[in-house]
Write a protein that binds this ligand. Structure first.
Ligand SMILES: [Zn+2]
Length: 153
């Protein structure tokens, strides 16, 4: 009897090990989401300094302070490594250019989402992350196809 219970526990543990955890799923989504941002903004200047540089996915509201906005397309734009990594002043340029890039209405809506997040927080569900991974995988695919067409012309 005891042995059987032990076996069941082992099986359950094994299943748990195989299923990706929420942090693992979020990391996977972050990778495909960042790829989407880089493809979407390919050829555009850095959102903060306006220079043509190699772009990373730069968050306006930081991942650290605003986890709930980390996969928000309006909150993430192509940004050069210098602005994204080291320059705190980058947010001044970012906010100005962001208004232009997404329009004042979307900018205000994003500000509202940030305020809502600060007030209420947000917990991602595994199912939601899995769905977003699929959505961004297909968005990446579409952009990659478009990209190859552009290069062919
Ligand atoms: Zn920059």
């Amino acid at each position: 009897m005891a042995r059987k219970t032990k076996l069941k526990t082992e099986i359950r543990k094994e299943r748990k090990r195989k299923e990706p955890t929420l942090p693992q799923l979020k990391q996977r989504l972050q990778q495909v989401f960042n790829k989407f941002i880089r493809l979407r903004d390919y050829g555009k200047p850095c959102i903060s300094c306006g220079r043509k540089r190699l772009l990373q996915a730069g968050h306006f509201y930081s991942v650290k302070g605003y986890d709930g906005l980390r996969y928000d397309e309006y909150n993430v734009h192509g940004e050069c490594g210098g602005c994204n990594g080291f320059d705190d002043m980058h947010l001044l340029g970012y906010s100005e250019n962001l208004k232009e890039r997404i329009g004042i209405e979307e900018y205000e809506a994003l500000k509202q989402r940030a305020a809502d997040y600060k007030r209420e927080g947000y917990k991602f569900l595994k199912s939601e992350i899995i769905e977003l991974i699929e959505i961004y995988k297909s968005k990446v695919k579409i952009l990659e196809q478009k990209g190859s067409n552009n290069f062919a012309e």
